[in-house]
Design a protein around this ligand. Structure first.
Ligand SMILES: NC(=O)c1ccc[n+]([C@@H]2O[C@H](COP(=O)([O-])OP(=O)(O)OC[C@H]3O[C@@H](n4cnc5c(N)ncnc54)[C@H](OP(=O)(O)O)[C@@H]3O)[C@@H](O)[C@H]2O)c1
Length: 288
């Protein structure tokens, strides 16, 4: 069931309808996405509040913690409502220092899909993104072997839909020549607009674009234009940034992260902000 109060309405990923306002679970793990959260019950409360608000799209990964956010999601929400769709990603491990080394060989990908199933308590994963590139961003290079491994797991019935993350447009095209994808999850926000052309191309194909770091990630978005528009509207800058993303293109799905119930509520309420043509023109300067 979709809450009519959630800004942005819904989008269909393959055959799965989700609210365009989703939730990104990465911030629920400990500092630098390693280890357990300082406030275990607070983390469970955020997840339960997301569902109570009507959110039906949660983004996660077994690399968060590692294994921490998936287990929190299971503890907070299992058995899951039919309407809830949990999107995970595979293709990176964690090392002792908190790094994200790639793990895209077939054996690592198979193991990671099974670990996600176990930790989330699912028989089938709704959507799995193949994470490419590295912590610095997308890197060119072939994706066929890794993507074909996920297609095999999909054919075995362990995955419903596939997507890519941290991908170049060329890698998106290479994967699409092998099998359909329903989303691309890349870094994008008001200040980082390198994927503008990709977003428009995917919109024409009916493929979702899911910006990670919609609020700037570990470095919160800061800009004088954003602050000016927010002040004029009497809104929080984070609200303006989310409302702008919803306006940017109908295929954009939001997965802002937070470890705070208050911030989650503020973001849901704020993303519905109406932006005028003047506001949009001013905000365009942020990424210019
Ligand atoms: N595919 C990939 O490689 C990749 C990479 C990174 C992230 N992701 C996904 O993208 C999701 C979103 O990214 P993200 O969580 O890293 O970054 P984000 O959504 O851009 O920003 C999250 C940060 O903003 C703060 N925040 C949220 N709402 C706020 C508010 N109303 N007021 C003040 N501060 C607020 C949060 O702090 P509080 O906790 O204090 O609210 C947190 O520090 C992640 O959860 C993850 O699922 C994917």
């Amino acid at each position: 069931m979709t809450s009519p109060s959630l800004p942005g309405g819904t989008w269909t990923l393959g055959d799965l309808t989700v609210t365009r306002f989703g939730y990104g679970a990465m911030q629920l793990a400990g500092p630098w996405v390693m280890g357990p959260p300082a406030d275990h019950h607070g983390a469970l409360a955020v997840l339960r509040e997301a569902v109570a608000l009507g959110i039906t799209h949660i983004d996660t990964s077994d690399a968060y913690g590692p294994h921490v956010t998936n287990r929190l999601i299971r503890e907070a929400l299992h058995p899951y409502p039919d309407s809830l769709h949990i999107v995970t990603k595979v293709g990176a491990n964690r090392d002792q220092r908190g790094g994200w080394p790639p793990a895209r060989d077939p054996e690592s990908l198979r193991r990671s899909v099974h670990e996600n199933l176990d930790n989330l308590g699912l028989d089938v994963l709704d959507l799995v993104n193949l994470r490419l590139g590295d912590a610095e961003g997308p890197r060119p290079g072939p994706v066929a072997e890794a993507f074909e491994t996920l297609v095999e797991l999909q054919q075995q019935g362990l995955i419903r839909h596939l997507g890519l993350s941290n991908a170049t447009p060329e890698q998106v095209a290479e994967a699409q020549a092998i099998a359909p994808i329903v989303c691309v999850q890349n870094m994008y926000n008001l200040a980082h607009r390198q994927d503008d052309a990709l977003i428009d191309a995917l919109a024409e194909q009916g493929v979702a674009y899911v910006p990670f770091f919609p609020l700037g990630g570990f470095t919160p978005l800061q800009s004088s234009a954003l602050a000016a528009v927010a002040a004029r509207l009497g809104a929080a800058p984070m609200s303006v940034a989310l409302a702008w993303l919803l306006r940017r293109s109908p295929n954009i799905l939001l997965i802002p992260g937070t470890s705070s119930v208050a911030h989650l509520r503020e973001n849901v309420a704020g993303a519905g902000l109406a932006l005028s043509a003047d506001d949009l023109a001013e905000l365009d300067k942020v990424g210019g």
